[in-house]
Design a protein around this ligand. Structure first.
Ligand SMILES: C[S@@+](CC[C@H](N)C(=O)[O-])C[C@H]1O[C@@H](n2cnc3c(N)ncnc32)[C@H](O)[C@@H]1O
Length: 435
C-alpha cells in the first residue's frame, strides 16, 4: 500500500480534540504541554483552539443547537470535541482560515472509529456554519455566562461588572507571581510589572513558567493577585504559630512562611501535599505538613492564626478555567456551602483565644462568601468579625465592603492594572470571650 502522509495540522487537532473531550466530560482544563505535543507552534495553535472553544462554550452551544437538528449524536467518540474546535476556528478565529477547519475536521472524524460514520454530518454542519459565520460571529456576549450563575452575578455585581466578566473570560488571565524578595532587576528580567504588594504580573510570555528567570532558584511562585490577598490580612507578629487549612499546593503557605510565621500546612489530599512539599523545597521554605481532614483535625494546642482557604465552586477562576462555570451546578454550590460550614466550625476549635481566623474562597457566589459570614456570626457564637480596613488593601481599596469584607472579581483592576483578577472572598474573624 502506498504511504499516505498525514495532512499538516491534523495531529494537533487530534490531540486537541482528546483534551477538549476530557474537559467536556468534567476534567479540569490543563493546557497541552511539551510532552503532549512537542512542536511549540503546533502546541500554541492547539491550545488556542481549545481555549477558544472553552471560553466561547455558551455561544458554541447556541450554534450547535441551531445546526444539529437532532442534537449531538450519542456515543460518538471525539465528534463533539472536533466539531467544537472547528466551529471555534470557523466562527471566532477567522485568521486561521476556513478551509483547514473544514478539511481537517472531516479527516479527524474519519480517523476516530467511533465517529467515522459521522464524517458526512461533520462536513454538512461545518459548511452550514461557514455560510452563516458572519451572523454567528456577532452572537451576543450574554451567551458566554451560563444561566446557572448569570442571574446571581447580575444581582451581586451589576451589569457593568458582568460585561467586564465576559471580556475577562474571553481575554484569559495574565501570569501573576508572588516574589520571595523584592528585586527590581528580577522584575525587569521577567518583563513583569508591579500589581499590588509583592505581586507582579507578566502580560505576555514566550516560555513555559519553569523556564522563566528565577524559577529554578525559587525566587517566586505563581499566584493570582487575588489569591495573594488573604494571607496578608492575618497581621500577626513574626514567629506566631499559624495553621494553613486546605493548604495544597501551597501558595498561601509560602506567603505565611515569608511573613515569618511558624506554619503547619494541612490538606486532605496526600498527592496535592506532595506538590506542596516540592513547591516549598524549590522555594527553600519549611513548614510542618499534615495530611488530614480539616473538619476533624484536633491540634495538640491552639494556633494564633488559622487560614481556611476552603474548597469551593472556584467560579472566581473562570479566566484560567473557563470550564468551571459550565461544570458547576447549583447543587454543587450547595454541597460546598455545607462543607465550608463544617470546616469553619472546626477552624474555630483550632484557634487560640486571641487568635485571628481568615476564611477565604475563590468563588464569586455570595452563598460561599458574604452569606457564610452571616451564617457564621449567627451559628458560631465563638466568632466575631474583625473588619478589614481599606488601608490594608492599598491599590484595591474598592474591594473592601462597608462591613469590612473583601470581595474581588474579574472586572476589578488591582493597582489600577488592566487584566483583572480572580474572584475571591475574604473575611477575618477573632474569638469572642464566650467562644
Ligand atoms: C482552594 S484549594 C487550596 C489552595 C491553597 N490554599 C493554595 O493557596 O495553594 C482547596 C484545597 O482543599 C483541600 N480539601 C478539600 N476538602 C478538604 C478537607 N475536608 N480537609 C482538608 N483539605 C481539604 C483540597 O485537597 C485542596 O487542596
Amino acid at each position: 500500500m502506498a504511504y499516505k502522509p498525514e495532512p499538516a495540522g491534523l495531529k494537533l487537532r487530534l490531540i486537541a480534540a482528546q483534551r477538549l473531550k476530557s474537559v467536556l466530560a468534567s476534567d479540569n482544563f490543563v493546557p497541552l504541554g511539551a510532552t503532549d505535543l512537542a512542536d511549540g507552534r503546533d502546541r500554541a495553535l492547539a491550545n488556542r483552539l481549545i481555549t477558544t472553544a472553552l471560553r466561547r462554550q455558551g455561544q458554541l452551544n447556541f450554534i450547535i443547537h441551531a445546526l444539529l437538528e437532532k442534537g449531538m449524536p450519542g456515543k460518538s467518540g471525539t465528534f463533539e470535541a472536533v466539531l467544537r474546535l472547528s466551529l471555534a476556528q470557523l466562527v471566532f478565529l477567522p485568521d486561521l482560515g476556513a478551509h483547514s477547519a473544514l478539511f481537517l475536521a472531516v479527516e479527524a472524524t474519519k480517523r476516530d472509529p467511533k465517529a467515522r460514520h459521522l464524517s458526512g454530518l461533520m462536513n454538512a454542519v461545518l459548511r452550514n456554519a461557514q455560510a452563516n459565520s458572519a451572523k454567528f460571529g456577532m452572537l451576543s456576549d450574554d451567551l458566554l455566562i451560563p444561566d446557572t450563575f448569570g442571574d446571581t452575578w447580575l444581582t451581586a455585581y451589576g451589569e457593568e461588572a458582568i460585561d467586564a466578566f465576559s471580556d475577562a473570560l474571553l481575554a484569559g488571565a495574565a501570569l501573576d507571581l508572588t516574589l520571595k524578595d523584592d528585586d527590581q532587576d528580577l522584575i525587569d528580567s521577567l518583563g513583569a510589572e508591579r500589581v499590588i504588594a509583592d505581586t507582579v504580573r507578566i502580560e505576555e510570555r514566550d516560555r513555559p513558567v519553569e523556564a522563566l528567570p528565577g524559577f529554578a532558584e525559587g525566587r517566586w511562585w505563581v499566584q493570582d493577585a487575588a489569591s495573594a490577598i488573604p494571607a496578608r490580612l492575618l497581621g500577626l507578629e513574626p514567629g506566631a504559630r499559624v495553621l494553613d487549612l486546605c493548604a495544597a499546593p501551597g501558595g498561601k503557605t509560602a506567603q505565611l512562611i515569608k511573613a515569618g510565621y511558624e506554619v503547619t500546612a494541612l490538606d486532605a489530599d496526600a498527592k496535592r501535599m506532595e506538590r506542596l512539599s516540592e513547591n516549598l523545597t524549590r522555594l527553600n521554605y519549611t513548614a510542618e505538613t499534615v495530611v488530614a481532614d480539616a473538619g476533624k483535625f484536633e491540634p495538640p494546642s491552639p494556633f494564633k492564626g488559622v487560614l481556611l482557604d476552603a474548597p469551593c465552586s472556584a467560579t472566581g477562576t473562570f479566566r484560567r478555567h473557563p470550564e468551571v462555570i459550565w461544570h458547576r451546578s447549583v447543587g454543587d454550590v450547595a454541597g460546598r456551602v455545607r462543607l465550608q460550614r463544617a470546616l469553619l466550625t472546626n477552624a474555630l476549635r483550632c484557634l487560640d483565644r486571641d487568635g485571628v481566623l481568615i476564611y477565604c474562597v475563590c468563588s464569586l457566589e455570595p452563598a460561599e462568601g458574604e452569606e457564610q459570614v452571616d451564617w457564621a456570626l449567627q451559628s458560631l457564637p465563638g466568632l466575631k468579625l474583625l473588619p478589614i480596613k481599606p488601608e490594608e488593601m492599598v491599590g484595591l481599596e474598592a474591594a473592601v465592603s462597608a462591613k469590612g469584607l473583601v470581595r474581588t472579581h474579574p472586572g476589578m483592576m488591582p493597582g489600577g492594572r488592566a487584566g483583572g483578577m480572580d474572584g475571591f472572598f475574604v473575611a477575618r474573624f477573632g474569638r469572642n470571650e464566650i467562644g
